[in-house]
Design a protein around this ligand. Structure first.
Ligand SMILES: Cc1ncc(COP(=O)(O)O)c(C=O)c1O
Length: 444
C-alpha cells in the first residue's frame, strides 16, 4: 500500500526546511524582498517543523499558511484552477518517488511487498479515506486521474439511445459537457444546456428551469456543484431530488466543491459525483475521484478496460473503473497526504474559513463604485470563488495590476473581470490588499 514507501526520508525534509530557514535569514538581512503581508511571521521554517496547532490556537491559519512553499510575499488565489500543495503533500510525493527509484531492483512481486506503480490494485484504504471526505464507502469510490475522467466515464458509460435527453447548464466547464456532446454527435442523444442567469438571483430560478425542461425522454441531469467561471453554488440537492422522483440519473460535477465546501453525497442524493482533488483538496495533479451510488453502479459501463472491467464482485465496487493501466503510485501517496491534511482541519472548518474571507471580499467590492460582482451573492449560492470586474477595465488589466502591485495571483476572465478563489492559505490582509488595488483601478 501507499504508506509502505516514502515515510523514511525524514532527513531530506529536514534539509529542505533548513534551506528555507537559510533563505528567510537572508530576507531578514535585506538580501531578499521583505514580506508584504505582515501577518506572516518570518519564522515560517521554524513553525513548519512544529506540531499541528490546537483548534483554538489564534495562529491556527497562520500556521496553515506556513505549510505552503509559495513565498510569503506572494498571495495565491487561483485554487479554482490548481490548488497549492502543503509541504506535507509535496514531500510525500517527492520522497516516495525517490524511494521507488532507489529500491526498484527490490521489486519481486511477492505478497506483502511494496508496490511500485498504480493502476492494478484496488487501493482500498485510500478509497476509504477519500470516501470519508464525501460520506461514501470505499466500494463506491474509484480513483481516477481528474474530474474530466470521472465525468467522461459517466457520459460514456450510461446506456442511452438516440433521442434520449440529457439536461446540463449553460455554465459547464468544457469537461462537464464534452462527454455528452460527443455522444450527441456520435449516437444522437439530445443535450440541452439550460440557461443560468448571471448573476444568479436565487436557487429557485435554477430548479424551476430544470423542472420545466424535463420531458418523458429525459434520462440524465448532469450539473456542476460549483460552476467554474462564476463560482455559483448550484442547488444540487433539489436538482437531484427532481431527477430521482422521475427515475432520471443524476450526476454532479464536483471539481470545484470537494475540499472547498462540506460535501455529503448521500445528503445531495446524486447517483454519481466526480471531483479533482488537485484543486481544493490540495493533492498533486493527476488524481481524481469518482463516486457512484451502490444501487446505480451497474448502470454505468467502464470505458477504459484492462484486468477488472467486468469485475462485478460486490466487495470490489468501483475497482473496475480504476484498473486503467500503469499509473504513478507517488501521486497516490500525495493524495493520501492531502486527505490527511484536509481531514485534520475538517471540511466544515475549511468551508467556514473560506466563505467568511470570500464574504469579506464581496462586502468590500460592494462598496467600490464601478466594481461589479458577476458571481451570485445569494447566501445559498455564494461560495469561495468570486468573479468580479471593474467598469472600463479588462480582466487582464486587473490581473496584471494585482500581480504588479502586491504579487496577488487571480485569474482573468477576459471582459468579465477576474476570478478570485479564496482558500485556506489566504488571509484577511490579502483580501484587503486586493480591495485597495481594485479601488484604485475603479477611480481611474
Ligand atoms: C466545474 C469543473 N468541472 C470540471 C473541470 C475539469 O477539471 P480537470 O481538468 O481537473 O479534470 C473543471 C476545471 O476547472 C471545473 O471547474
Amino acid at each position: 500500500m501507499i504508506g509502505t514507501l516514502g515515510q523514511s526520508i525524514a532527513t531530506e525534509g529536514y534539509i529542505m526546511i533548513n534551506r528555507r530557514g537559510f533563505f528567510q535569514g537572508l530576507a531578514a538581512l535585506g538580501a531578499l524582498p521583505l514580506l508584504k503581508f505582515p501577518g506572516r511571521a518570518s519564522t515560517a521554517a521554524a513553525r513548519a517543523t512544529q506540531a499541528w496547532p490546537k483548534d483554538n490556537d489564534p495562529n491556527y491559519w497562520r500556521w496553515i499558511r506556513q505549510q505552503f512553499l509559495i513565498p510569503t510575499d506572494e498571495a495565491y488565489f487561483n485554487t479554482g484552477t490548481l490548488g497549492a500543495r502543503p509541504r506535507q503533500v509535496h514531500e510525500a510525493v517527492v520522497n516516495h518517488m525517490r524511494e521507488i527509484e532507489q529500491t526498484l531492483a527490490h521489486f519481486d512481486y511477492k505478497p506483502g511487498k511494496p508496490e511500485y506503480f498504480a493502476g492494478y490494485l484496488p487501493q482500498v484504504e485510500l478509497r476509504k479515506k477519500a470516501g470519508s471526505v464525501i460520506n461514501a464507502n470505499e466500494r463506491e469510490i474509484a480513483l481516477t486521474q481528474n474530474a474530466t475522467m470521472g465525468i467522461s466515464f459517466i457520459a460514456a458509460g450510461l446506456d442511452l439511445k438516440p433521442g434520449d435527453e440529457v439536461l446540463l447548464t449553460d455554465q459547464e466547464h468544457p469537461s462537464g459537457k464534452g462527454g455528452w456532446d460527443l455522444r450527441a454527435k456520435r449516437q444522437g442523444i439530445v443535450v440541452k444546456k439550460l440557461p443560468i442567469p448571471i448573476p444568479t438571483p436565487n436557487p429557485d430560478v435554477v430548479v424551476k428551469t430544470f423542472a420545466e425542461a424535463i420531458t418523458p425522454r429525459t434520462r440524465v441531469i448532469a450539473v456542476p456543484h460549483i460552476a467554474s467561471k462564476y463560482g455559483i453554488v448550484l442547488p444540487v440537492k433539489q436538482l437531484c431530488e427532481l431527477g430521482r422522483k422521475q427515475g432520471i440519473f443524476t450526476f454532479v460535477d464536483g471539481a470545484q466543491a470537494v475540499g472547498h465546501l462540506y460535501v455529503d453525497v448521500k445528503d445531495i442524493g446524486c447517483d454519481a459525483y466526480a471531483t479533482s482533488p488537485h484543486k481544493w483538496l490540495l493533492a498533486p495533479p493527476g488524481n481524481g475521484l469518482l463516486y457512484i451510488r451502490e444501487e446505480r453502479e451497474n448502470d454505468v459501463w467502464p470505458s477504459i478496460a484492462s484486468t477488472q472491467w467486468d469485475n462485478h464482485n460486490q466487495a470490489d465496487g468501483l475497482f473496475r473503473f480504476m484498473a486503467n493501466g500503469t499509473g504513478n503510485l507517488s501521486l497516490l501517496a500525495g493524495l493520501d497526504a492531502a486527505l490527511d491534511f484536509h481531514l485534520k482541519i475538517g471540511s466544515k472548518r475549511v468551508e467556514k474559513h473560506d466563505i467568511s474571507l470570500a464574504d469579506r471580499l464581496r462586502e468590500g467590492l460592494r462598496e467600490i463604485k464601478g466594481a461589479k460582482i458577476y458571481s451570485s451573492v445569494h447566501p445559498a449560492m455564494a461560495g469561495a470563488i468570486v468573479t468580479y470586474g471593474v467598469e472600463g477595465v479588462t480582466g487582464a488589466q486587473i490581473q496584471d495590476a494585482l500581480w504588479e502591485k502586491k504579487k496577488i495571483r487571480v485569474r482573468s476572465q477576459g471582459d468579465e473581470g477576474v476570478r478570485q478563489s479564496v482558500h485556506i492559505y489566504n488571509s484577511a490582509e490579502e483580501i484587503d490588499a486586493t480591495l485597495e488595488i481594485v479601488k484604485s483601478l475603479a477611480k481611474k
